[in-house]
Each structure stands twice: as structure tokens, then as C-alpha cells.
Design a protein around this ligand. Structure first.
Ligand SMILES: [Mg+2]
Length: 258
């Protein structure tokens, strides 16, 4: 299981070590786990190609939007939803459920454009008057991205669901990392038990914490949000291995971990 932002690229810059690493691991079953819920896997793949990273397949990408749709589909097959977020969120939810802006089962808030005065008003009225449960694709406060071609810090899933929470007093159910649901969905897709899987990520508080809760081995790569000089967060477990970059990971070392 491989996180994307901070492991394969950083904002709009590719991490060069990722290219060789991805070639080397092609023989192992693998899946990319990303909390990004605004894009479809296909648009993630084409963005990575533009960055010079050609080895990711759309069917190997599990976004928090897809994990949310699959999880809700398991709870309530064919569920009705009102969603606020980017195209990747709507596309994922339509596979498992149907749009309903009168009395849906879930109000689902994800990343990307969509939140404005009207969509917030519609969402809170649905929540306060109907049966819907409030769901957030992922709890991140912010993420690195681009807007109109410029690199910027974008609001994350946690920031975008917060106005709905404030207006209704409801606590959202989050699916993305560090919630174990996202990792369980990943294990299901890999068809492997936790003991045979390694999670590679750049964030102790999401990648390492979430994977460790399920007994998945963990590797922290210091090419993203965490640097070895930072104090290690007290509420996150230590990774099984910490490396400065993917270049330090050879296959013998990986195979020895599981
Ligand atoms: Mg990351």
C-alpha cells in the first residue's frame, strides 16, 4: 500500500526516486491509497504521467471518495446521497448509489470545488429535516495542490465538512486515512491479510497510525510532510522502518518485513 502525495510527488514536483521504485515493485500486488477525493483515478493517472511518473494504473488507485462509496454501499446498497465536492467524489458515489437532494441517506462532503452558500444551505437543510447522516471523505485540514496553475495550499476534507458540522451540530463519519475503514478497503482489494502487507507513507498521523492499527507493517518515507528533524508526533505509533527516501528501499529489505 503506497501513499501518493509526499511519496511519489510533492505538490507539483515529482520525487525522482519514485520512478525506479515503482518499476521494481510491479511484480508485487500493490495499491495506491490517497485521501484526495476530488479527482477520479483516471485524472490522477494523467496528472502523474505529466509529472513523468508513468507506472500507476487507475485500477490500482483507491481514493477516499471510492473507499467512501464502497463502504456506504456495503451499509445501504443503492443509497441516496447529496454530495458536495469535486468530480471524483460524484463519480465514485454514482457507482454505488444515486443522487437525491430531497431526503438522501447520506450527505457526503469531499475535497474539490462545490462548496458555496447554496450547497451549504441545501446540505444543512437536508441534514436537519431528514434522515441523512453526515459523512466526510477524509479528515485532512489542508493539502498541497494547484489552483489556476499556481501551487497553493488547498482546503482538505476536514476543513470542507466543518461548516456543515458547525451549522448542524452533527459529527461527521470520516472514511479516509487514518480511519481503519480506508485500510480495510485496501486490504480487500489486495486480497491479502494485514500481516502480508506493508504501508509506505510520509505522514505519521495518517499513513503510519492508520495502518499500524490493523497490524500492517509500516515504512515512513521522509520526502513529504515529515522530516527526520521534526519531533515525532506523540499520538502516532513509530513506523517499523524510517527511510530518507524510496531509494533506500530495496526488495530484499521489503521482503524481510512481511
Ligand atoms: Mg502523503
Amino acid at each position: 500500500m503506497i501513499d501518493m502525495d509526499g511519496v511519489l510527488y510533492r505538490g507539483t514536483n515529482p520525487i525522482p526516486e519514485a520512478i525506479l521504485f515503482l518499476e521494481a515493485i510491479q511484480k508485487y500486488p500493490h495499491i495506491f491509497l490517497t485521501n484526495n477525493s476530488s479527482e477520479t483515478p483516471e485524472s490522477v493517472v494523467s496528472r502523474l504521467k505529466d509529472l513523468g511518473i508513468p507506472t500507476c494504473l487507475a485500477e490500482h488507485i483507491l481514493t477516499s471518495a471510492i473507499a467512501t462509496a464502497d463502504y456506504l454501499g456495503g451499509l445501504e446498497p443503492g443509497f441516496g446521497f447529496y454530495a458536495v465536492g469535486g468530480p471524483g467524489l460524484h463519480a465514485a458515489l454514482r457507482v454505488q448509489g444515486h443522487e437525491d437532494d430531497t431526503d438522501p441517506d447520506y450527505v457526503v462532503i469531499g475535497e474539490g470545488e462545490g462548496l458555496d452558500y447554496r450547497s451549504l444551505t441545501a446540505g444543512i437543510n437536508i441534514l436537519l429535516r431528514g434522515k441523512a447522516r453526515l459523512v466526510g471523505t477524509n479528515p485532512d485540514a489542508n493539502l498541497d495542490g494547484t489552483l489556476d496553475g499556481r501551487p497553493v495550499v488547498l482546503p482538505g476534507g476536514g476543513a470542507l465538512v466543518a461548516p456543515f458540522q458547525a451549522a448542524t451540530g452533527m459529527e461527521p463519519l470520516f472514511i479516509g486515512k487514518p480511519n481503519p475503514i480506508m485500510f480495510e478497503q485496501g486490504l480487500k482489494r489486495l486480497g491479502k491479510p494485514a500481516g502480508e502487507v506493508i504501508m509506505i507513507g510520509d505522514r505519521p498521523d495518517t499513513d503510519i497510525k492508520g495502518a499500524a492499527q490493523l497490524g500492517i507493517s509500516t515504512i515512513l518515507v521522509c520526502t513529504g510532510r515529515f522530516s527526520p528533524d521534526d519531533p515525532y508526533p506523540e499520538d502516532a505509533p513509530r513506523p517499523d522502518l524510517m527511510v530518507s527516501s524510496l531509494a533506500e528501499l530495496d526488495l530484499i529489505r521489503l521482503e524481510a518485513m512481511v
